[in-house]
Ligand binder design. Structure first.
Ligand code: ADE
Ligand code: ZN
Length: 314
């Protein structure tokens, strides 16, 4: 099966051991971030974001980012993915300074080209961080617009969903759209249907998570009619305490006619992998080859790549 992953944070995919080795090189202390087995430890979503940002602070400069991408794409290939879209934040790589971002991007593009030749294709979705606010998002959008095309294929927003409204970021999303980038926003994870509607007002074709659409029948109809794709990450939702596997709405969202795809979000944080997500979907909802094929077809159609690449994914 041609597995496609649409929602994977590059920084959030960093194995804990790699972050420890980056920290050791820089003589940094990472006390309190790991459990006694050396895995990431966090109490709740706010604490997750704090640990995530502390881990990310250890990834410094183009060389670290290139190494991280190499490790992450190798793991994607190991999981049977042929294509992955990675959320990458210039606010972390070089502070959203355009010249610094270009240096980081150059190093990552070389790694991506090598990985593509080895069978795992990828694209970057440049991502602003909602709780860092609209001004910093603008700088990220400018980095995205100035480097769009080729590996940089999308613009997105993650972070704390309760920080302002998605529409506060309209300037950045307009800038990215004008540059021809695909658009996606994390919504309907920590807030309900109104947050998804707000995200739709930015002109996105995809929603990150979106699971709380299940609370609003009219919204479900709108999402289905507009052919919006949901990037659902069930293992992430379970690990962060939003739901458990048995009551996860993914199957009900699919039954409501939505274009549902599955991804891993931040796999080492959530002790998951793409294969594990497929296994859990099979165990809990009886999903089998037909469902997985359909899901990957939705993912190929929603991918932010060029059409020649899309044809290979379909
Ligand atoms: N950044 C990394 N993982 C995230 C998540 N699950 N929600 C929002 N922002 C994130
Ligand atoms: Zn995410």
């Amino acid at each position: 099966m041609k597995k496609i992953e649409l929602h994977l944070h590059l920084e959030g995919a960093a194995p804990a051991a790699l972050i420890r080795s980056f920290a050791a090189e820089k003589h940094q202390d990472l006390h309190g971030m790991f459990d006694d087995r050396g895995q990431y430890a966090f109490r709740d979503f706010k604490n997750f974001l704090r640990v995530y940002e502390a881990a990310t602070a250890m990834i410094q400069g183009p060389r670290d980012y290139a190494r991280l991408l190499e490790v992450v794409l190798a793991e994607c290939a190991e999981q049977g993915a042929i294509y992955a879209e990675l959320f990458v934040s210039p606010e972390f790589c070089g502070g959203a300074d355009l010249a610094a971002w270009r240096d980081h991007l150059g190093a990552m593009q070389e790694v991506a080209a090598t990985a593509r030749a080895q069978g795992i294709d990828s694209r970057a979705i440049l991502t602003c961080i909602r709780h860092f606010g609209p001004d910093r998002a603008r700088k990220t959008a400018i980095c995205a617009a100035e480097t769009s095309g080729g590996w940089v294929a999308g613009f997105g927003m993650g972070g704390a969903e309760d920080a302002g409204e998605a529409s506060d970021f309209a300037w950045s999303f307009d800038c990215a759209r004008e540059a021809g980038l695909g658009l996606t926003v994390h919504a309907g994870e920590w807030r309900g249907p109104d947050s998804i509607r707000d995200a739709l007002s930015l002109g996105v074709s995809r929603i990150g998570h979106g699971i709380r659409a299940i609370e609003d029948a009219q919204l479900l109809r709108d999402l289905a009619e507009r052919q919006i794709t949901l990037e659902v990450c069930p293992g992430s939702n379970v690990a962060l305490g939003l739901t458990d596997w048995r009551s996860h709405p993914i199957a009900r969202l699919a039954d409501a006619g939505l274009r549902v795809t599955v991804s891993t979000d931040d796999p080492p944080f959530f002790r998951t992998s793409l294969s594990q997500e497929y296994r859990m979907l099979a165990d809990h909802f009886g999903w089998a080859e037909a469902e997985f094929l359909q899901m990957n077809q939705w993912a190929a159609e929603a991918a932010f790549c060029d059409d020649a690449t899309r044809t290979r994914l379909l």
